[in-house]
Write a protein that binds this ligand. Structure first.
Ligand code: SF4
Length: 258
């Protein structure tokens, strides 16, 4: 399969269905994906780098210069920015100075695009690091992943390459006191010859219970969109996603399907 990696620190703005005009930030190396998960559906491909510390991350100054340059260029071109968005080639919160980058970005945002929100797409595995959790609470739009309701399903779908305990992740997500958006991928398929379906029981009820506890500002439910690294994966159609969304609505929680 072909995989997709961003080739720069700052890119776009690009149009995003969920975020509008989104100026992207990639804090990871441009030649390899670095992530604490190895999701079967990752559009960056498999996580081949199994050490999270072996690679050098961009120095903070390099990151900030690239971002400021992109903000200046975008402003000069008269383009709109609705969201400044951390995504890129893996998990942004693995950057050892993520918290400092957030603080400095808040200042740059206020200077160049004060109406833009700061969004971070994150897999939530680093929430146990207090500085990461606190930094994510300082931005407007932490968009955190919860695909599974059980540890078993998390291990299948997300394939953590470091120990990740689902109950600890949920406990940290609860600490956002609702100021968080949860993004959840639903799909079925086969991994190592074993069939799975995270829309089936008992996973679905367990996931709903965790959503009830977290009580996020919004849940974003989606299914496969692009090519995934694993074969034998099945996308759910909108109708099926809406059935899951109705269960979330019954909890009085805002939900959208994509
Ligand atoms: S958390 Fe995101 S970047 Fe990491 S493997 Fe999963 S989909 Fe890919």
């Amino acid at each position: 399969m072909s995989t997709f990696l961003w080739e720069s620190i700052a890119f776009g703005p690009i149009h995003s269905r969920r975020l509008g005009s989104s100026l992207g930030i990639n804090l990871l190396p441009t030649d390899v994906k670095i992530c604490s998960f190895n999701c079967i559906y990752c559009e960056c491909g498999w996580t081949l780098e199994k050490s999270l510390t072996a690679r050098e991350y961009y120095p903070v100054e390099t990151v900030m210069q690239a971002i400021e340059h992109k903000l200046q260029e975008t402003l000069a071109a008269g383009k709109a920015v609705d969201s400044i968005t951390f995504s890129g080639n893996g998990e942004p919160t693995l950057h050892p100075h993520f918290d400092e980058i957030i603080d400095r970005l808040l200042v740059l945002r206020d200077t160049y695009f004060p109406k833009a929100v700061i969004t971070c797409l994150s897999n939530a595995t680093q929430l146990m690091r207090p500085e990461v959790c606190a930094a994510l609470k300082r931005i407007e739009n932490p968009l955190l992943k919860l695909d599974a309701g059980t540890q078993e399903m998390l291990n299948i779908i997300n394939g953590p390459i470091v120990p990740v305990n689902i109950d600890e992740v949920v406990r940290e997500l609860c600490s956002f006191e609702g100021k968080v958006v949860i993004q959840s991928m639903f799909l079925s398929g086969e991994k190592d010859g074993i069939p799975f379906d995270n829309s089936a029981e008992p996973n679905l009820s367990e996931w709903l219970e965790k959503i009830r506890l977290i009580h996020p500002r919004k849940v974003m439910i989606y299914s496969l969109d692009r090519e995934a690294p694993a074969a034998k994966l099945h996308k759910f159609e909108k109708e099926k996603l809406e059935e899951i969304a109705d269960r979330v609505r019954a909890l009085n929680i805002n939900v959208e399907t994509y």
